[in-house]
Design a protein around this ligand. Structure first.
Ligand SMILES: Nc1nc2c(c(=O)[nH]1)N[C@H]1C(S)=C(S)[C@@H](COP(=O)(O)O)O[C@H]1N2
Ligand SMILES: [Mo]
Length: 210
């Protein structure tokens, strides 16, 4: 885990410095049981919360040395990160080359400094949604809180002002309209994880349901 963490952070540091572009795209990029789309479908719980930048805040706390509550201005003042990745939804659609811009998870972790006890992270959204991930899944060079997509502010239906992107997991592991990030010393299940979806959610092994 330590070695994987260092390797991922090194890949990320190269991206931040402009020395590396996003991971080169291979031909073999469609996970089993998926089909490619070009229209970026919308999936939600029937609520699209309208949180203007003036009311928006992101609380990051739990098992950390330095809990913070970021305003929109403070969030945008953090080092900015651009990355291109593929997006896989458990309902069998995938969309390639999604260009995201925002703040990488490494940057947020460096800011709040997770305690050694932190093993998992719980995400809560403005629409009441939640999801959970092991900390190791998030400490990767392609994980970020995105405020822009394909060069424009993230539309409300896709989670604007800001959403979590975890490209190596099915998309339900990325919370739209992110409101709170809590570092935990244990795993607790989120909205879909409590309702029959896999807790690990790896598209490459078709790990869809629990
Ligand atoms: N807050 C919130 N985040 C969410 C969801 C949701 O309903 N609410 N749906 C999840 C699911 S199931 C998927 S597939 C993706 C869909 O993102 P999209 O609507 O931008 O395609 O968001 C995920 N994040
Ligand atoms: Mo989904």
């Amino acid at each position: 885990m330590k070695e994987a963490y260092i390797a991922a952070k090194e890949r990320w540091a190269k991206k931040m410095s402009g020395l590396a572009r996003s991971t080169p795209r291979s031909d073999n990029r469609l996970p089993p049981g998926q089909r490619q789309v070009h229209n970026f479908p919308v999936l939600d719980l029937g609520v699209k919360p309208e949180i203007g930048p003036d009311r928006w805040e992101l609380k990051i706390g739990g098992q950390v040395e330095n809990p913070v509550t970021l305003s929109w201005t403070e969030f945008l003042a953090l080092p900015q990160f651009k990355d291109i990745s593929d997006f896989h939804c458990v309902t069998t659609w995938s969309q390639y080359d999604m260009a995201w811009e925002g703040v990488s998870f490494f940057t947020l972790a460096d800011l709040v400094r997770p305690k050694p006890a932190a093993t998992h992270v719980f995400f809560k959204s403005y629409d009441g949604y939640s999801t959970n991930n092991p900390i190791g899944t998030l400490m990767d060079d392609d994980v970020l809180i995105a405020h822009s997509w394909n060069g424009a502010p993230l539309p409300v239906e896709h989670g604007g002002p800001a959403r979590v992107i975890v490209p190596k997991r099915y998309a339900w592991k990325g919370a739209k309209w992110i409101r709170e990030i809590t570092f935990m010393d244990r795993d607790i299940l989120g909205f879909w994880e409590l309702r029959g979806y896999s807790n690990t959610a790896d598209p490459w092994t078709e790990d869809r349901f629990s």
